[in-house]
Write a new protein. Sequence first.
Length: 300
Amino acid sequence: MALNTGDRRDIGISFEFFPPKSEEMEGQLWKTVAELQDWDPDFVSVTYGAGGTTKAPTLTAVTRFLNETPLATASHLTCVGATKEETHQVIDHFRKAGVKHFVALRGDAPGGAGVPYQPHPGGYANAAELVAGLREIGDFEISVSAYPEKHPESRDVAADIDMLKRKADSGADRALTQFFFDNDNFERYLEKVRAAGVKIPIVPGIMPIQNLTQLKRFASACGTVIPAFLDERFAGLDDKVEERAKVSVDVAVEQIEDLVRRGLDEFHLYTMNRSPLVSAVLTNLGLRREGAKRAAGAAA
Ligand SMILES: Cc1cc2nc3c(=O)[nH]c(=O)nc-3n(C[C@H](O)[C@H](O)[C@H](O)COP(=O)(O)OP(=O)(O)OC[C@H]3O[C@@H](n4cnc5c(N)ncnc54)[C@H](O)[C@@H]3O)c2cc1C
């Protein structure tokens, strides 16, 4: 595997979006989708709000992806705060909308990340149970989460890998990781995952950094370590938007190139519903847009 042919298919890519919460954000999302579509991602996914609070926005966005774009679209789904019957109703709504791929998650406790999780009596207690439930309901493609730096609630990495194994054994097709910046740690994690007998693809989650200060707040809630080298790379760039964007792109490109050298060939990009950094990362990896390639072919 090498990134030297310029072919978009040199690596697998998927894009993650979140459902818009306002008209302005809605415009932003669909502008971004129009701009990123030509990269011909293997699939895109749309997140699902905590506690089931945003089923409707997720369903609306996913339906539009399925009806108005050529993109294979996965819906995230959480089972927090719901009985199994309620979760099945939600699955049914998405299935009727045409969803064939779920990113199956437990979700955070209603008080937010950090508040002890209480499974709903009569509900799925964790994502492994949800995967098993989905497998009984239909022939879905199923992705799950993975945490190279461990989930904040996990006792230790071993407990985390144990849950990942349960999800894989229940029928998950792949795991998408929480975003991370420490590739050495990721490689050690992957070795442990494989030693535990987990064979499904573990797809690194890559976060092009829009704003390091904001990202730090978010990262501390989800357990991602922000290495000191990022402070150094972004030092003095708070008011220099273009230079900051260039550093963000360089950091993500270097991370992906390094992971490719370590044998990884699929990447899940957190878009934050914005296209410029994501497109610049893919361009600087030397990849060509499928749409651009098609257009060049047509002109030849
Ligand atoms: C790729 C990705 C996409 C995501 N998308 C969404 C989304 O769309 N909507 C959303 O709300 N959230 C989303 N999340 C966040 C996720 O819901 C939270 O991290 C949640 O706290 C755990 O859900 P999970 O499916 O990862 O849990 P699980 O896989 O069930 O568990 C995660 C880890 O937590 C530990 N754990 C689980 N339950 C307990 C417990 N009761 N006590 C102690 N340890 C426990 C286990 O060791 C396990 O390794 C996403 C996360 C990732 C990585």
